[in-house]
Write a protein that binds this ligand. Structure first.
Ligand code: SF4
Length: 399
């Protein structure tokens, strides 16, 4: 996690209303030069100033489109570090991406350190080669990973996925990825950094979580990620031991309690929740899928939602107007504490600095990392048939 110096004292002394008025004024002053992005899990006092609200990849794409349309030069990403990296990768070179608080990291992304991933990759290939394995390991990384891991995946024949398209990306990889699978080849997938999204997705495709998957824990004191050679050889999917500190708080017993209390309640959870929770839920899906389900829910219906509390509260407020009842799946404090570090004070400080000609907290991805990250992102876009990244960044990138 990066270190964020304290803000000048005057920001801490401002009231909520003063902060909101000052941010609005700075935003007007910066005009079309500025785009503010707000993630679904962000607090309301920040989201109210965002030009776009969405999930991490959608926001980066919207920022790239907006930059193309208006020539904006500054993107302030009210999210976490890996999201700002993605925005920097997908926007043109002369656009500056800013994270208002440098300590807003993502605990899941931090669980897959580059050196640990390289070490695991080499050890796994050592095991496979010793057994005469014929085939390939294709690395897949969730969008919620550092640019360094996205680049590693791009350089080793893999792709990025989101929680909306993980099934399509895994299907692509099992079919051989960018080179069709030969008849004599076996394909294994190494999935970073969220074990739960990897397990839930592969299980929904018919792979058995016990016999066809194993878990690589880079911190296991026994070495080899806590695996045996047999674990590696028998597994179609090798899951990295990472998780989201928010979604891991939802437990299977929370679903049981909700259903026991009100059998009419429908449960929808994010696939970053553990397998046992997803198995008990009525629906599982990305933040966008959850949002659409609730927005299209029948009046009178009742929903328990297993995702970050700020998003659930916003959905509940809107849904109540349509006589749809929405509550969080558990009363635990399921909030993304790192994202919560981005507050109106830090947002105002970044805008004040820009208005005074100073860039603070710029997130910049180096050229080589950007090049290979774009390869893994482009493969995902090709698999899902989605729009291309910003043209000047996509140019010259190998498939
Ligand atoms: S909710 Fe979880 S995965 Fe998302 S940014 Fe926070 S810690 Fe990371």
């Amino acid at each position: 996690m990066l270190w964020q110096p304290s803000l000048p004292e005057r920001y801490q002394k401002m009231t909520d209303d003063e902060l909101a008025a000052a941010i609005t004024a700075r935003k007007a002053e910066l005009g079309d030069r500025l785009v503010i992005l707000g993630h679904h899990y962000q607090q309301d006092d920040v989201v109210r100033h965002a030009d776009f609200l969405g999930d991490s990849f959608k926001l980066s794409q919207l920022a790239a489109e907006k930059v193309d349309e208006t020539g904006a030069k500054f993107v302030v990403f009210c999210g976490v570090h890996f999201m700002a990296e993605s925005a920097d990768i997908l926007t043109p070179e002369d656009v500056t991406v800013i994270l208002p608080d440098l300590s807003a990291g993502c605990s899941m992304a931090d669980m897959a350190a580059y050196d640990d991933v390289v070490d695991a990759w080499e050890q796994i290939h050592g095991v496979l080669e010793a057994d005469g394995f014929v085939g390939r390991v294709i690395p897949i990384t969730y969008m919620n990973s550092s640019a360094a891991i996205k680049a590693f995946v791009g350089e080793h024949g893999g792709a990025v996925c989101t929680s909306s398209n993980a099934d399509a990306v895994l299907a692509w990889a099992f079919a051989g990825g960018s080179e069709p699978r030969r008849d004599d080849e076996q394909i294994k997938i190494m999935f970073f950094p969220d074990q739960h999204l990897g397990r839930n997705t592969a299980a929904a495709m018919g792979y058995d979580p016990v016999t066809q998957m194993c878990l690589w824990d880079p911190r296991d004191p026994r070495g080899a990620g806590g695996t045996t050679p047999d674990d590696i050889l028998r597994s179609a999917v090798i899951l990295w031991k990472g998780h989201c500190s928010v979604h891991k708080l939802f437990r299977p017993e929370h679903v049981d309690q909700i259903k026991a209390h009100d059998p009419t309640m429908q449960v929808v959870v994010h696939p970053e929740c553990m397998y046992e929770v997803v198995q008990k839920a009525d629906h599982a899906g990305s933040t966008e899928k959850i949002r659409k389900l609730i927005e299209n829910a029948e009046p009178g219906s009742r929903w328990a939602v297993g995702t970050e509390v700020h998003m659930v509260n916003r959905l509940a407020k809107e849904a109540a107007k349509r006589d749809v009842y929405v509550r969080i799946l558990s009363e635990c404090q399921c909030l993304c504490t790192t994202m919560y570090r981005i507050d109106p004070q830090h947002l105002l400080w970044t805008l004040d600095s820009l208005a005074n000609g100073e860039v603070v907290n710029q997130i910049k991805v180096d050229e080589r990392t950007r090049k290979w990250s774009l390869v893994s992102l482009q493969r995902m876009l090709d698999i899902t048939g989605a729009a291309k990244p910003a043209p000047d960044r996509a140019a010259g990138v190998a498939k």
